[in-house]
Design a protein around this ligand. Structure first.
Ligand code: ARG
Length: 466
């Protein structure tokens, strides 16, 4: 059945792996996307081997030329990937061996364990940079739609009940705060990735005199002042998967934010609210009901967040209880992070595209925010300014609300004599409170939804997202 092993590790085997084992254990179907990083790592490693005299400059140059040619083939889709060769590392090494005799020296002082750890750290740095840009795109789209609806007011909600008036921009800026934290989280993950594990070997380094700092520098694992950063424990370096969890965690939390934003948009675009109109390009119709326009993009954003959380959970479970150091289980670490990356990237683009095309229904927003009950707290504040303790003021306004409800009238329709009977603190000008402009003008403090602080936030975001 099984033939003698020709695998790179085949020396001690009398037979090769079963066909089923090859299928079961291959990872090249998903880790081939690491090729550019794997080749960058191999070029830096061979440069270091030449630097310390373990290979000649000629051998290094031959290896570099061979790797460049392989990368070009991969980019042109002309590379023959072979699942029998297990993974991206073996595929590239074998292809190099066929081109360059010196390829046999490339794996000196290296193991696939520190190799894959290095590839992934390079990949995480790249992935975080890409997602940072995509998030920026979504944030810019949000700022633009806030700018186009600068003067629109809506009710802010707690418990999904109308609470107090806010500028629409203030609500949109709340989303910006969430996305901005996500961006910061990805930047942090990239920083944590910025340590070079090459030289850790399989788990115990090497007896050969290598220069880890040289490799780290060549691959850009350097601090702000250009000093190389290398991992400090060879066993941790090959066993550690914290970055995978941190990255998937950042994606999952972004997903939670997306799902909350999506939920607001779904509500706002419903006939019951009708505050917002989503662009046709990001909605779909019903196969049965001709009138339907469904907010599918929002629902998928909400749904994808489940998948992003699932990926995080997979990684936590995968690493929990594993003995040091490398175990083959760890090969399963890549599909979830790649999926989280792909989905997060697409979600950010969809959010940006959808937000860029959405419009607001000014009349509906104005009608909703006109409800005088939204200013009940302002009315309590009015009494406070007349020296009434807040608890007493709250109670008095509550009594007015009850009275208005009993008489089926709006709060600002109550006769002034009745109002003054409830509390003598209400003066003749109590109705002046029911002015949205006044209410918004009075919310002056930092972080509040008033005209002045929101104008300041417009300036801040414009500068930040420039
Ligand atoms: N494909 C492997 C992985 O992704 C590479 C490391 C293999 N190391 C080993 N000792 N078999 O985990």
């Amino acid at each position: 059945m099984a033939k003698p092993s020709h695998a790179t590790w085949g020396g001690r085997f009398t037979t090769g792996p079963a066909e089923l084992m090859l299928q079961f254990s291959e990872s090249v179907s998903f880790d081939r996307r690491l090729a550019p990083f794997d080749i960058a790592g191999s070029k830096a490693h061979s440069a270091m081997l030449a630097h310390v005299g373990l290979i000649s400059a000629k051998e290094r140059d031959a290896i570099h030329a061979g790797l460049d040619a392989i990368l070009a083939d991969i980019a042109a889709d002309k590379f023959a990937w072979d699942t029998k060769l297990e993974d991206v590392h073996m595929n590239i090494e074998q292809a190099l061996t066929q081109r360059v005799p010196a390829a046999a020296k490339l794996h000196t002082a290296r193991s696939r364990n520190d190799q894959v750890a290095t590839d992934m750290r390079l990949w995480f740095k790249h992935a975080c940079a890409v997602l940072g840009e995509k998030l920026l795109g979504a944030e810019r789209a949000l700022l633009a739609v806030a700018g186009a609806n600068r003067d629109v007011l809506i009710p802010g909600y707690t418990h999904l009940q109308r609470a107090q008036p806010v500028l629409l921009a203030h609500h949109l800026f709340a989303w910006l705060e969430m996305l901005d934290r996500d961006q910061a989280r990805f930047a942090e993950v990239a920083e944590h990735a910025n340590w070079c594990p090459l030289g850790a070997g399989a788990l115990a380094g090497t007896t050969l005199r290598i220069d880890r700092e040289f490799t780290a520098k060549a691959l850009g694992f350097v601090d702000a002042r250009g000093r190389p950063q290398v991992t400090q424990n060879s066993m941790d370096a090959v066993a550690d998967r914290d970055l995978f969890i941190e990255f998937a965690g950042a994606c999952a939390l972004f997903g939670v934010h997306l799902s909350r934003i999506a939920e607001d948009l779904i509500l706002w675009s419903s006939a019951e609210f009708k505050f917002a109109e989503l662009p046709d390009a990001f909605c779909t119709g019903s196969s049965l009901m001709p009138q339907k326009k469904n907010p599918d993009a929002c629902e998928l954003l909400r749904g994808k967040s489940a998948r992003l959380q699932g990926n995080l959970h997979t990684l936590l479970t995968l690493t929990k209880g594993l003995p040091l150091t490398y175990n083959r289980d760890l090969q399963e670490d890549k599909p979830p992070v790649f999926d989280s990356f792909d989905q997060t990237a697409m979600c950010a683009d969809v959010l940006a595209g959808m937000v860029a095309g959405m419009t607001f229904n000014r009349d509906r927003c104005a009608a909703a925010v006109r409800d005088p009950a939204l200013l009940a707290t302002d009315l309590a504040d009015y009494l406070v300014l007349k020296g009434v303790p807040f608890r007493e003021a709250h109670h008095a306004v509550g009594a007015l609300v009850r009275l208005a409800e009993k008489n089926s009238m709006a709060l600002d329709q109550l006769p002034t004599e009745e109002v003054q009977k409830v509390h003598p603190g209400f003066g003749l000008h109590w109705l002046e409170v029911f002015d949205l402009k006044r209410s918004l003008a009075n919310r002056k403090g930092t972080g509040m939804p008033g005209t002045v602080p929101v104008t300041r936030q417009f300036r801040r975001w414009k500068k930040r997202l420039a």
